[in-house]
Write a protein that binds this ligand. Structure first.
Ligand SMILES: [Fe+2]
Length: 264
């Protein structure tokens, strides 16, 4: 894929997304969230591609994956007014529908298109299928890390704004802001087990799930970036002060230190 093609895709994305904005400020704010998320995820993807020293062509493929990974989000929010997949549709598959219906990937060679589509399909699933290998596995792992990096950024920023003034918070809050964590979620994160979205009952559960992501980060450069940005400490600051949370904090911070030192 040529650089020119990547630029054309960026212009296409701008046009495509612009078409969704309307008169409803709530919808617009949520669309903007994903538009900005996409741009920052592209930057994180380029960071990872550089850290992994990928050849130029692969870097471009990686960036296209990031550019289109959430392309299903815009139609999802306009149609359902939620980003909650179980309450609407799987946004990864919705994204593949958008790419096929608009035929935007047509200029890309078939094998590269396949890599792009698979990585988009798998970016939101709980765990990657066992049978992936080669570049398909590489790009799938990369987009999952790049996506997480930006979700760390945008949620820590959103929790701060929400804590300051919950009544004026302009984005969708998918879970009730209760002062407790579900014992099952706490236990899972402590044990380093994956938490499923269906187990979440409170906003605090969501924060715990996110902290538990560190165990599923694929690349050490991703962990270095998480550490450097202070995302984990910020997130812990939005959780209740309890012995349980203190235990989770100790364990997670130690795990990140361990992996960074191991791979230094
Ligand atoms: Fe996504």
């Amino acid at each position: 894929m040529e650089t020119e093609q990547l630029e054309k895709f960026k212009a296409w994305f701008d046009d495509y997304v612009a078409g969704f904005y309307g008169d409803d400020p709530y919808v617009n704010a949520n669309l903007k969230l994903k538009e900005d998320h996409t741009r920052r995820t592209c930057a994180e993807m380029v960071y990872l591609a550089d850290e992994l020293a990928l050849p130029e062509n692969q870097k471009r493929i990686a960036e296209v994956i990031a550019l289109f990974h959430d392309i299903g989000r815009f139609t999802q929010f306009v149609k359902y007014r939620t980003y909650n997949d179980p309450r609407s549709e799987n946004h990864c598959l919705l994204g593949l529908d958008v790419l096929r219906q608009t035929n935007v990937l047509e200029p890309v060679a078939a094998e590269e298109r396949e890599l792009i589509e698979r990585a988009i399909e798998y970016h939101g699933i709980r765990e990657l299928p066992d049978d992936l290998d080669g570049q398909c596995l590489l790009f799938s792992k990369m987009i999952r890390d790049a996506d997480k990096l930006d979700v760390f950024y945008l949620t820590t920023e959103a929790y701060a704004r929400y804590a300051e003034n919950p009544d004026e918070f302009e984005l969708e809050v998918e879970l009730p802001d209760e002062p407790y964590c579900s014992p099952g979620v706490l236990e899972a994160v402590l044990a380093g087990r994956l938490v499923d979205y269906s187990e979440l009952r409170t906003l605090n559960d969501m924060k715990l799930l996110q902290l538990g992501w560190v165990y599923n980060v694929n690349f050490t450069p991703t962990l270095r970036r998480i550490q450097k940005q202070g995302f984990l400490k910020t997130l812990f600051g939005f959780l209740p002060n309890s012995e349980d949370i203190e235990n989770v904090k100790e364990k997670i911070l130690a795990y990140v230190d361990f992996r960074i030192e191991r791979d230094a």
